[in-house]
Design a binder for this molecule. Structure first.
Ligand code: SAM
Length: 290
């Protein structure tokens, strides 16, 4: 299979996964509606998608409770990140912020509160069903300083040097062309601008069996870059002051992720212990030189 075909397959798997998550998400859906794959309400992949939403309720511990409480469940229930890039970004009023892979919009809405009416937040996502949710959430909240654009993070739909701060939450690992994403972030950012990203990274490379799993890629595990590669990719794009702080996930969260991947079978023989040790979320910051 050509590299182009592999990339297309991954992108399609990622878009399908997040479409299903957006389409099946319902506020107040009983958490374990689809945990039994044999039930009639979902097929396997829908169950996987719903499981991820359930899993993400747990991830809300990444957010300050007071922040999460300002948003409706339509937003917090569809939070699919692995950190809190808005707090990491230390935003100030009036800034223009770009969120790569904005999903249901949680970080855009939190960023919108920080930058205020003089500021502006743009969320970019390639999955139309996610954009639909995000735009409905914007209307519900009345977040006038937030907008959502359809687009790929490899080809950002914004002009050169137009953004003060770029945030992203658990998305860059999903890209099949991370150097292109880093170059695009650099192009879009104004001189002196800041990058604040939460993302999955690895320590060392993962075994082929796991890397080859489309499901594992779409589930934010097998596309994760080695931490050193991540740092050098960002530096190669031109960013300076690159810092990565690892935040190890607890075992329950890794167990959930492994369960979504179909257990040992799709891990290519890799033990859960190895996954606990090698895949983790990280806080990543950098600047474009002034
Ligand atoms: C794990 S979810 C994270 C969503 C959101 N950042 C959050 O924290 O809830 C990944 C999101 O990134 C989007 N996405 C994945 N790859 C993308 C790409 N190459 N370009 C644009 N969006 C992408 C998906 O559609 C999905 O909405």
């Amino acid at each position: 299979m050509t590299q182009e075909k592999v990339e297309l397959n991954v992108r399609t798997a990622v878009r399908d996964r997040y479409s299903k998550i957006a389409e099946t998400f319902k506020v107040g859906t009983p958490a374990d509606c689809c945990s039994d794959v044999a039930t009639s309400c979902c097929g396997d992949s829908e169950a996987d998608a719903r499981d991820e939403v359930v899993h993400l309720a747990a991830i809300k511990k990444f957010y300050n409770e007071a922040d999460a409480d300002t948003l409706p469940e339509e937003v917090t229930g569809l939070s699919l990140g692995c950190g809190d890039p808005v707090t990491l970004a230390a935003l100030t009023p009036g800034q223009t912020v770009l969120d790569l892979g904005s999903g249901g919009g949680i970080d855009c809405f939190l960023a919108g509160q920080r930058v205020g009416p003089e500021g502006h937040v743009i969320g970019v996502d390639m999955t139309p069903a996610m954009l639909e949710k995000a735009r409905a959430n914007k209307a519900k909240i009345g977040a006038d300083n937030v907008e959502f654009r359809l687009g790929e993070i490899e080809h950002l739909p914004v002009p050169d040097a137009s953004i003060d701060v770029i945030i992203s939450n658990c998305v860059i690992n999903l890209s099949t062309d991370k150097p292109q994403v880093f170059r695009e972030m650099y192009r879009a950012m104004r001189s002196g601008g800041k990058l604040a990203v939460s993302d999955m990274v690895t320590e060392g490379t993962l075994p082929d069996g796991l890397k080859d799993s489309l499901n594992a890629w779409a589930g934010c595990v097998s596309g994760a870059l080695d931490v050193e590669e991540y740092i050098s990719g960002i530096k190669q794009a031109g960013f300076v002051d690159v810092q990565i702080v690892p935040v190890y996930l607890d075992r329950d969260q890794v167990d959930d992720a492994v369960r979504q991947l179909g257990g040992e079978i799709q891990l290519g023989g890799l033990s859960k212990e190895a996954v606990y040790k090698s895949v983790f979320s990280a806080k990543i910051t950098a600047h474009k030189p002034a």
